[in-house]
Design a protein around this ligand. Structure first.
Ligand code: HEM
Length: 164
């Protein structure tokens, strides 16, 4: 067993953790979308939040940090042509991850705060409110989630096929 293979193994385990968390979170959201019962909705939203904090956030950090070690150990060019290399699959990976970070900062965090306020109001009132439903079905957040999943799919393909 080489250090490189060990790092790659840990990198892939972190990727599993991250992607399983993404799928779990989105499944909770899709079930929540179908209910008008505010208690059930609130419970499912909390479960989605757990997937986010226990799996998505630490998994995404770990997969990137260990990925950098794998790249350094294996001599893969993290910045592609910017560092004079011929292959650019890692550079594109980094750009996709950067786009995901921007989505979190510009869409998820500010809109998530408003959603949490609406959820608290609805839970206090004991009923599903129009405001909460509207926040939950925010098309920008929904498309951001689709984009996130698509980018992870592309990244895994880049990792395996290394096409350019
Ligand atoms: C969402 C983020 C990421 C996911 C899901 C992911 C997933 C994977 C997977 C599944 C492999 C195994 C591919 C194979 O053995 O055929 C892999 C390999 C690799 N990853 Fe990542 N990765 C991610 C981010 C990164 C980042 C940010 C870097 C470095 C900056 C990186 C560097 C590497 C390297 C160098 C390999 C080894 C390639 C090889 O030996 O064939 N990864 N990654």
């Amino acid at each position: 067993m080489t250090t490189y293979n060990l790092l790659k193994f840990l990198h892939i385990l972190a990727a599993f953790w991250f992607i399983a968390g993404l799928i779990g979170r989105d499944l909770m959201r899709s079930v929540a979308r179908q209910t008008d019962d505010i208690r059930l909705f609130s419970g499912l939203s909390q479960a989605a939040g757990r997937f986010e904090t226990l799996m998505v956030v630490p998994g995404s950090l770990l997969v990137v940090v260990i990925g950098v070690f794998v790249a350094l150990r294996g001599g893969w060019p993290i910045f592609g042509f910017l560092e004079g290399a011929d292959s650019n699959w890692l550079l594109l990976t980094n750009l996709l991850l950067l786009a995901n970070i921007l989505v979190v900062a510009l869409i998820y965090l500010p809109r998530g705060k408003v959603f949490d306020q609406e959820l608290q109001h609805a839970v206090a009132a004991g009923v599903m409110t129009d405001g909460l439903r509207a926040r939950f079905n925010d098309p920008i957040v929904r498309w951001a989630h689709y984009g996130e999943l698509a980018s992870i799919f592309i990244i895994v393909a880049l990792m395996v096929f290394k096409p350019f």
